[in-house]
Design a protein around this ligand. Sequence first.
Ligand code: RP5
Length: 160
Amino acid sequence: MKKVGVIMGSDSDLPVVEKAIDKLKEYGVPYEVHVYSAHRTPVQAGEFARTAQENGFGAIIAAAGKAAHLAGALAANTTLPVIGIPVKSSTLDGLDALLSTVQMPTGIPVATVAIDGAANAALLAIQILAVSDMALAEKIRQARAAESQKVLEKNAGVEA
Ligand code: RP5
């Protein structure tokens, strides 16, 4: 199975990113975690992205806060899909990171999830890998069915 690269701009982003890591573990998807910053370690970030495909990655998750250029900088250096997590780490409550991540110029897309939306970032990466992995797709279907069942049971309690 292809790996998911989980990159964060600072180790201070880890509490948010952990929710993505938990999801990848839950689905048994191989991953690597690195701290690379678009600003503080631009050379390492670029090199990771340029070599990601030949190193067995199928998707990249990039989490960053403030002037969050990490996802875009990685996307500029790979044709792999890049999923951006805007992190709430400033006085602007993550709106700065959301806009920095989502407003990519035409030609270099970043699939941006909600502020601190790390679990969905992992699920999207898993869905990307599941395009060519029927067993993984089936796991997603089963998890969704279980979730639906939980909601229906809760609703039944409320409606009774
Ligand atoms: C961003 O600045 C990082 O992604 C982090 O969200 C934020 C603060 O980083 P630290 O100053 O805590 O390292 O680049």
